[in-house]
Structures are given as structure tokens and as C-alpha cells.
Design a protein. Structure first.
Length: 356
């Protein structure tokens, strides 16, 4: 985790009511839109400079879609993505290119995210060459080569292997190549999309420690996505819990793991095994019933209503808004506040609006 000092309280990234909806089309020749997959449906969070925000949730809840929207790989349907105060959703292509160097991504699969026809040298150098060719950076070919060798050493790779191809490296080494590529343009924010889930457990700890060391050295800010709660706890300063396209709880990592507030977070944490047979045998597991609703279904109530063991009648007709319950601890649940126009939202014709 990063050191929390005064500068960390300055937000680098501010995501407001982010929505990413994918159209459902029917027909082969004459296509028509019959609905939308609401992959991300009103997400709000901020990331302070120098910190790591962990984003956790079940597979398919919208974590990777959120990261790709922040990186502008997916077009947002609505909302704002403010990087250093600039809304990326409204930026021109030229303006967006300038901001791309500040936001880089480390992908989940180190086997699929590297071009097998390119050498390690070319993979790491590619971002720099693109910016040089477009007149956004001044570097000679020799300076680029020196930068490639420097980055390889920073991530723990032998610089003399720069002319090798990805298939000549192990999974952990390939992920180090991906991290070196992400560092090439000196970014401020790195979006790490499950960067260790495809690796052996012994290699996972090495990559996590590498990311923490790089964060300290280069003053990086991370959005770290994972479904492994132990990994999230180890690397994150704060944690955001996501369910079905919305954030249901955000808190300091220690506070969230010690005393989760939202019923979904409580269920997630109850599934973590405890390496003590006596404690494990006596603790109560929260077993969620039912299936996750389809993301193409328009919801008028709480998104967790169908599976929540603590649901109430008002949860069926009102969507709780993420709000402060304690200092630096937010949750979206009517267990902690009564529905009012200020803390309830509803989905109307695909648009998330505050009830008036």
C-alpha cells in the first residue's frame, strides 16, 4: 500500500455516474436494437494521488468494463471521467491522445496482451514511438532503446533478452513485460485489470510486490481490479465493492474488512477461508440464494434486492444512492438511512436520475 500523506487526498481521477450500455441487436441484414446490456450503470468513485483503489466483485459485475471506459477503450454511454479535472468523455481525439500517456493499462492475460510477432524491445518501445511520430514527444532511437533497457531492469528482466519474443518467456515474465510497457510513457494512473489472476500463486506475490515497489519509486496511482479478496486486501489503500454494474460500498481497506456494512460485502467476506480450523468451524457463512439478475433487465429497486437476506419492502421500489455512513466509509443500503429525494436514485428510460 502507498504511504498516506497530504498529497494523497487530492483526487487524480473522479468518476461520476459512469454508464456503459451495450446494444442488443437482432437481425442479420436489417439490424434493430431490442435492448441494452447495462454493464456499468451509474458508477461513482474517486482515486487520490498516490493511492491504490481496489475494485472487487463477482465475475461479470462490470469491473473490467469500468477500467476500459476510464482508459477510453470503451465509449461511455453517460457520466463523466475527470482526470486532473479534464472530462475525458468530452475530449477531442487530439486532446485524448495527449491524456493517454497519463493513463496506461496492465491487462489480465499476459499471453494474449502481447503481440507474438514483436520482440520485447518493440513491445515496450511502441508507445514511445507512437508519441514521437505524432510530434507529442522528442526522443531519439538511441534514447528509446536506453529507456527500454532501463524499464526491463526496473521490472526484473534481463535487458539482454530484449530481442526475444513473448513465447520465450514464462507467464510471470510476460506480465513484467506488460508492466514495463505501461510505464514507458511515465503515466500517472495505471489500470491493473486482474494482473495476477492468470499466474501461479508463488508468482502472484512477486508481481504484487513489484507493483508496490514501482508505485513508491514512480509515485504511481493504481486502480487495481481483482476478484481475489486476499489480493485486494494486500495491495489496496481503499476498496470499492461492485455488484451488477454499480458500486455498493467504498471504504478504507482495513475498515471494510473489519466491519463491512453492505449485505453483499458481508457475504463476500464471509466466503474467505480462515486458516484456523476451530474459528472456521464456528463462524457463520452467509449463503446467497438465487441467481444474479440479467444485466439487460431494467431495475426499479435495489440492484441486490433479489439475493439480499436483509431486504425490506422499500428496497423493491427505490435504488439507494452511495452515501457516507461513517467517515470515509460509504455504502448504498437502506439499512443505514431512510429513503429521501437526496439519497435515492431511479432508472427511468435507461437514464439514472435523482428522485425529485
Amino acid at each position: 500500500m502507498s504511504d498516506n500523506n497530504g498529497s494523497n487526498h487530492q483526487p487524480l481521477l473522479d468518476v461520476r455516474d459512469l454508464r456503459v450500455h451495450f446494444p442488443i441487436e437482432e437481425g442479420i441484414i436489417f439490424k434493430r436494437t431490442t435492448g441494452h446490456i447495462r454493464a456499468v450503470d451509474g458508477v461513482n468513485f474517486t482515486i487520490r494521488r498516490g493511492e491504490t483503489l481496489g475494485l472487487v466483485g463477482e465475475s461479470g459485475c462490470g469491473k473490467s468494463t469500468t477500467a476500459r471506459a476510464v482508459a477510453q477503450l470503451y465509449e461511455a454511454t453517460g457520466g463523466e471521467i475527470l482526470l486532473n479535472g479534464t472530462d475525458l468523455t468530452k475530449a477531442t481525439p487530439r486532446e485524448l491522445l495527449k491524456h493517454r500517456k497519463d493513463v496506461q493499462m496492465v491487462f489480465q492475460d499476459p499471453y494474449a496482451s502481447l503481440d507474438p510477432r514483436m520482440t520485447v524491445r518493440d513491445i515496450i518501445a511502441e508507445p514511445m514511438r507512437i508519441f514521437v511520430n505524432r510530434g507529442l514527444m522528442q526522443m531519439t532511437k538511441r534514447e528509446i532503446d536506453e529507456r527500454v533497457e532501463e524499464l526491463m531492469e526496473k521490472v526484473g528482466l534481463n535487458k539482454y533478452f530484449k530481442n526475444r519474443y513473448p513465447h520465450e518467456f514464462s507467464g510471470g515474465q510476460r506480465q513484467r513485460i506488460g508492466i514495463a510497457r505501461a510505464l514507458a510513457l511515465n503515466p500517472q494512473l495505471i489500470l491493473a485489470d486482474e494482473p495476477v489472476s492468470a499466474l501461479d500463486v508463488s508468482i502472484q506475490s512477486q508481481i504484487l510486490n513489484l507493483l508496490r515497489d514501482l508505485q513508491k519509486e514512480f509515485h504511481l496511482t493504481y486502480l487495481f481490479i481483482a476478484h481475489d479478496l486476499a489480493v485486494i486486501k494486500y495491495i489496496s489503500d481503499r476498496v470499492a465493492v461492485m455488484y451488477l454494474g454499480v458500486i455498493v460500498e467504498v471504504a478504507d481497506s482495513e475498515a471494510l474488512y473489519d466491519e463491512p456494512l453492505h449485505p453483499y460485502t458481508q457475504a463476500l467476506l464471509s466466503a474467505i477461508p480462515i486458516p484456523d480450523p476451530e474459528v472456521e468451524g464456528h463462524r457463520n457463512r452467509i449463503i446467497l440464494t438465487g441467481d444474479v439478475p440479467s444485466p439487460d433487465t431494467e431495475r426499479n429497486g435495489c440492484y441486490f434486492y433479489d439475493r439480499c437476506p436483509k431486504r425490506m419492502a422499500k428496497c423493491a421500489t427505490s435504488v439507494p444512492k452511495l452515501r457516507d455512513v461513517r467517515e470515509d466509509h460509504q455504502t448504498a443500503c437502506f439499512l443505514y438511512f431512510e429513503p429521501t429525494p437526496e439519497n435515492v436514485v431511479r432508472t427511468v428510460a435507461g437514464e439514472t436520475v435523482t428522485v425529485k
